[in-house]
Design a protein around this ligand. Structure first.
Ligand SMILES: Cc1cc2nc3c(=O)[nH]c(=O)nc-3n(C[C@H](O)[C@H](O)[C@H](O)COP(=O)(O)OP(=O)(O)OC[C@H]3O[C@@H](n4cnc5c(N)ncnc54)[C@H](O)[C@@H]3O)c2cc1C
Length: 604
């Protein structure tokens, strides 16, 4: 343990370095750049970095948000960060089939509006998915996107700091992005791994040869603090003269010549002034799953009928905004325990030692990424994959996240506010056990069949888009989720968890009381009421070959029928991988950068 003085000096030093490390904000723009990148999130930060490796190329990176701060740095504060002005604050349109227990029957769909994008407000869990996810992308006609082709791009970004993985062929060191484990653990997560073993699963790295099994969470954290896209990919290169970054610069339109279909620049608003900047080579949209789709449509690229409906002249009729996919979950299972080992908001907030441990040592409970400690990838009875010759062999359809805290510990309300759960529902179900120790096992469906959609509310770029989740449109998704609930309950009944005398909290959800508690019908009702999500929305600018009428971008991520315009973010995924989506978004940024470099080297 270092002395208090040493620690304080270290803190001041790192604080100074941090502020020195922040990227510069450009207010004076060139009339023309080689590339304009829209959005400094997971995809855009990588592209801005890699393209400015070419000294002769100039890049302008435009980001609607400002800088992250010391609160966003604290991994456990992830659920609070959404309320600090870094969030676009989106909600789905009301629907009777899901999110029934949320304010206005609308699911909360936060997105990062900040340098680093959603990587600044997310839970930092780092996974990549399964070989079969990417082989499927390739089989759909996306040449070069199979697992063997994308693995090098996952490795390119990575700087793994987990000792037993440093020599793994599935990990690498020396990249910009830190992947580490939290330095501190509750006793709940070892019990989770033990529970997995009791059920016959192995404890293993989910990014290795086989994904099925249990593990500690690997996260994009750097010595106990969040490592965002901006910290990883932009701050280290802030002195490159060929990179201009403009913060709080909101792009309102991609400028496309309707005669030639050539994208020639962007229009954006900064400091209440409208600017126009032209490009010599390309505009790259990395504005995320909702805003890239919105910007394309605002610029005349989208479904003809819909654009005409809102009064936008159509330049190219493409199925922008369709194919929206997400990992829907049910985060309201609370397992009460008889030991004071879980994370209770009040106990954390008023514990000075935890605060000091974080400040001085970058250790303690505040380093747990969003409160997620363990993950498991498993197969339910709905997956056809028990034998090697089966199509889904080793391809999970269910994930379970283990968190050492849950709605019972939400004494200050950040969790329920983030999820949008009504106060009435909360008080009726969790009020009687508020403040009691409990852990959560959150089942998540990994291979949803339902598809949502993004539409424009109007042609005003400052109006938020209309979002339709359409969760459970395909009943298969609901069935897998109910199966997931049962898997979670079975895990809680293992010897490993019974050490804590774990008991499922059983006050029935309002509106579901008339059903047998624990029956499939009951859990279906609960899932439609407290519908939660890991916020992994993807797919609205689908990648596909020319033969795919639903494809928005081609396998080189060029917008079909438009010259000089690409999309590089989570929206291009044709099918959601069995992964948390930040890792794949970084991979897409890396791969796209190489494709762009190759294309322009060939042409010059
Ligand atoms: C609460 C939450 C928790 C999550 N937890 C995890 C997790 O633990 N692990 C994981 O892998 N994934 C997680 N995700 C998902 C993951 O973070 C995202 O899928 C991923 O970061 C998306 O990257 P992106 O590049 O597509 O978009 P983003 O990172 O969202 O970047 C888009 C950027 O574009 C900017 N922008 C948008 N419109 C404009 C405009 N008009 N002008 C200028 N700039 C604009 C935005 O402000 C933003 O900075 C989570 C998401 C959320 C919301």
């Amino acid at each position: 343990q270092q002395s208090l003085l040493d620690s304080l000096l270290g803190l001041i030093r790192s604080g100074l370095q941090n502020s020195e490390g922040v990227t510069y904000d450009t207010n004076v723009f060139n009339a023309e750049y080689d590339f304009v990148v829209v959005g400094a999130g997971s995809g855009g930060s990588v592209v801005a970095n890699r393209l400015t490796e070419v000294p002769g190329w100039s890049v302008l990176l435009l980001e609607a948000g400002g800088e992250e701060n010391f609160v966003t740095d604290i991994p456990l504060m992830a659920s609070y960060v959404q309320f600090l002005g870094f969030n676009w604050g989106y909600r789905t349109e009301p629907d009777e089939n899901y999110c029934r227990g949320m304010e206005g029957k609308r699911c909360r769909w936060p997105r990062g509006k900040v340098m680093g994008g959603t990587s600044v407000i997310n839970y930092m869990v780092y996974t990549r998915g399964n070989r079969r996810d990417y082989d499927l992308w390739e089989a759909l006609g996306n040449k070069g996107w199979g697992y063997d082709s994308v693995l090098p791009y996952f490795l390119k970004s990575e700087d793994v700091g987990i000792p037993e993985l440093i020599n793994s062929p599935y990990h690498s060191t020396g990249g910009y992005l830190n992947v580490q484990e939290a330095p501190w653990r509750t006793p709940i997560v070892p019990a989770f791994l033990e529970a997995g073993k009791e059920k016959g699963y192995e404890v293993r790295d989910p990014s290795s040869e086989s994904q099925i099994g249990f593990s500690y969470v690997q996260a994009t954290i750097r010595n106990g603090t969040r490592c965002s896209a901006s910290k990883a990919f932009l701050r280290p290169i802030r002195n490159r003269p060929n990179l201009h970054i403009a913060k709080q610069a909101r792009v309102t339109k991609v400028l496309i010549n309707p005669k030639t279909n050539q994208a020639f620049g962007v229009q954006f608003v900064k400091n209440r002034r409208t600017h126009v900047v032209r490009v010599r080579k390309e505009v790259i949209l990395s504005a995320g799953v909702f805003n890239s789709a919105q910007l394309l449509m605002l610029s005349g690229v989208g479904p003809r009928e819909h654009l005409e409906e809102v009064g936008i002249p159509v330049i190219k009729d493409l199925k922008v905004g369709y194919n929206l996919q997400d990992h829907v979950s049910m985060a309201a299972l609370a397992f009460l325990i008889n030991d004071s080992v879980s994370l209770i908001e009040g106990r954390l907030v008023f514990n000075v030692n935890y605060g000091l441990d974080y400040l001085l040592n970058r250790n303690g409970p505040l380093t747990i990424p969003g409160g997620a400690e363990g993950i498991a990838f498993i197969q339910t009875k709905y997956s056809n994959g028990s034998r090697p010759e089966d199509p889904d062999y080793e391809w999970p359809d269910l994930e379970i996240v283990c968190a050492p805290g849950t709605l019972t510990g939400d004494t200050a309300g950040s969790l329920r506010r983030g999820l949008g759960i009504t106060e009435k529902l909360y008080q009726q179900v969790f009020g009687p056990v508020a403040g009691k120790d409990a852990f959560a096992l959150v089942p998540i469906i990994l291979r949803p069949r339902s598809r949502g959609r993004v539409k424009l509310r109007s042609k005003d770029p400052f109006h938020s888009p209309l979002l339709f989740a359409n969760y459970f449109d395909d009943k298969h998704d609901l069935h897998v989720l109910v199966e997931g609930v049962k898997h979670a309950i079975a895990l809680s009944q293992t010897k490993a968890f019974q050490k804590f005398d774990s008991k499922l909290h059983n006050i029935p959800f309002p509106g579901c009381e008339h059903m047998d508690f624990g029956s499939d019908a009951y859990w279906e009702c609960a899932a439609r009421l407290v519908t939660t999500t890991l916020q992994h929305q993807v797919g609205t600018c689908k990648m596909g070959p020319d033969s795919d009428p639903d494809a928005v971008v081609d396998p080189e991520l060029r917008v079909r029928g438009i010259e000089g315009l690409r999309v590089v973010d989570a929206s291009i995924m044709p099918v959601i991988p069995t992964s948390h989506t930040m890792g794949p978004a970084y991979m897409i940024g890396e791969k796209a950068s190489d494709m762009i470099k190759l294309a322009w080297r060939k042409s010059t």
